[in-house]
Ligand binder design. Sequence first.
Ligand code: DAH
Length: 357
Amino acid sequence: MDDLKAKYLGLIADAQDESTLEDLRVQAVGKKGEISLKMRELGKMSPEERQVAGPALNALKDEINSALAAKKAALADAALDERLRTEWLDVTLPGRPRRQGTLHPISQVSEEVTAIFAEMGFSVAEGPRIDTDWYNFDALNIPGHHPARAEMDTFYLHRAEGDNRPPHVLRTHTSPVQIRSMEAMGAPLRIICPGGVYRADYDQTHTPMFHQVEGLALDTDISMANLKWVLEEFVKAYFEVDDVELRFRASHFPFTEPSAEVDIRCSWEGGQLKVGEGDDWLEILGSGMVHPKVIAAGGIDPEVYQGFAFGMGIDRIAMLKYGIPDLRAFFDSDLRWLRHYGFAALDMPNLHGGLSR
Ligand code: DAH
């Protein structure tokens, strides 16, 4: 018995991995292991012999089992220590400059637009990209039968049979954030909302997901003149020119009355856009005085408050300013494109330091 004990405790101490330990366990205390076989011999012994050998064998079995368990725990500890040692990572190391990413032109332009409007007292509001058809349409004076609903190529979310929740859509424009901001903040109000919008459309100038920035200003003494000034200031700052000429073309949107589309004077000499001079006009946004029904839908009294709103395509003004020809490339995640058109990640645009160094 002493030989067995010395043999197995020695082998267990020398074991280097779990499978060796398991083999030893089977050899020693498994069903047909050496100690188990010895236990079977107890039956052949005299009662006196058995009284001595029985407890001694049991004690040996216990001792080997606990040696196996202790060694197993020690091996697991050593394995963990080894992993901690080899998988160590210094998260405080600086990034490798060659691998630094760039800011996507849409992020850059959103920051530029935000910086310009912040200077004029507008804060940034947000709303959900999945919204109810009430926020996206009805509240904006686009009732169910209105042709504008069909024109928008709306993505509707699937509704299971018996689902009584209101119909949801991928928002087709940022205008529903007008309603949500009025509900949340009341009047007076000055917000812009940059964000993604969705329409089922795909060609060189349309992608199913694109970006707009909405603007809304409400107060007791707001007129179209304020809209014109704000937009002029914006276009000058954004295109980084001293003078611009805007043309307000009468238009129609259900949520504004009167409505105007705004063009800027420009030239396209040699395919290069120049803003502020030339004989061409470039449409950049839709706008108008907010319809009283829309103000009322936002829970505000249209007898007291009025205001202007506008909506502009972020991707479009990014393409114009930075000479990017194909909208679809914005969303291809092609690294060569991103490196070419991307912006230094830590250069936040501001009006004093320059918007787009
Ligand atoms: N929501 C319009 C669109 O997606 C854009 C728009 C036009 C927004 C006029 C406005 C506005 O706030 O006053 O085409």
